[in-house]
Each structure stands twice: as structure tokens, then as C-alpha cells.
Design a protein around this ligand. Structure first.
Ligand code: HEC
Length: 111
């Protein structure tokens, strides 16, 4: 009898995980949350950068002029100068996720 309860408990936990996990990975896959976890600590939650630390704004006029290709390269590989604090392609950020961050930045630039 006890054993049956245990089995039911385990099945319930497994079921709950099945329901929760897909929504977690989905949450990590939209541009805003990728930005929050990977970029906001430097570029700020409002994308305005930190001038005192020489971190550029991502919504300023300079950033608006950067092409999608250069923006993607900047994030994935650190741009022409291979800036090591970027190079997110080597840090587990997939090309799809980088695309989502790029469109998130573009959306923010329109505001
Ligand atoms: C460790 C701090 C740090 C993190 C994390 C970081 N950046 Fe940066 N970023 C910088 C600095 C510093 C520069 C300025 C580099 C330079 O010009 O020498 C920069 C420059 C940029 C530029 C170029 C802006 C321009 O006007 O040319 C873009 C675009 C950018 N970052 C996007 C991102 C995105 C998107 C993320 C997250 C996926 C990110 N950064 C994460 C520090 C960071």
C-alpha cells in the first residue's frame, strides 16, 4: 500500500515537471529575457548603457545606425575587434536566440 502511494507521488512529480519545463525553456527563448539575463548587467535594464563605464547605449543614435548583420556579429562574435565580453556564440547563446535579442533591441529603438 505504501509503495503504491510512493509510485503515485513519483508519477505526479514527473508529470508536474513535464508541464513546467517546456514553459521555462520557452521563457528563456524570447528576446527580452535573453537580454535580461545576458546583457542587462552591462547595458542596463533600459538598454541605455552606462556612460561612466564606457558601455554604450543600445537605443542611442549610434546603435540605430548599426546594421542587423553587424549587430548580430557584435553579439555573436564581439564584432570586428572580437570583444571578449560579447562572443555569445561561444557562451551557449544560439543563433536563433541572438536573432531574438537583435529584434528586441530594434523594438526598443523604436520607442
Ligand atoms: C561584460 C559587459 C557586457 C555585456 C555582458 C554585454 N556587453 Fe555589449 N558592450 C559592452 C561594452 C564595454 C561595449 C563597448 C565596446 C567598445 O566599443 O569597445 C559594448 C558594445 C555593444 C554593442 C555596440 C554598440 C555600438 O553602438 O556600436 C552592442 C550592439 C552590444 N554591446 C550589444 C550587447 C548585447 C545584445 C549583449 C547581450 C547579448 C551585450 N552587449 C552584453 C559590454 C557588455
Amino acid at each position: 500500500m505504501k509503495m503504491t502511494k510512493l509510485v503515485i507521488l513519483i508519477v505526479m512529480i514527473a508529470l508536474a515537471l513535464f508541464l513546467i519545463l517546456p514553459s521555462l525553456s520557452w521563457a528563456a527563448d524570447d528576446g527580452a529575457s535573453i537580454y535580461r539575463t545576458k546583457c542587462a548587467m552591462c547595458h542596463g535594464a533600459d538598454l541605455a548603457g552606462k556612460p561612466a563605464a564606457k558601455i554604450p547605449s543600445l537605443v542611442g543614435d549610434d546603435a540605430k545606425k548599426v546594421s542587423d548583420t553587424d549587430l548580430t556579429d557584435m553579439i555573436a562574435n564581439g564584432g570586428k575587434d572580437k570583444k571578449p565580453m560579447h562572443a555569445f556564440a561561444t557562451k551557449g547563446v544560439t543563433p536563433d536566440q541572438i536573432k531574438m535579442v537583435v529584434s528586441y533591441i530594434r523594438e526598443a529603438q523604436k520607442k
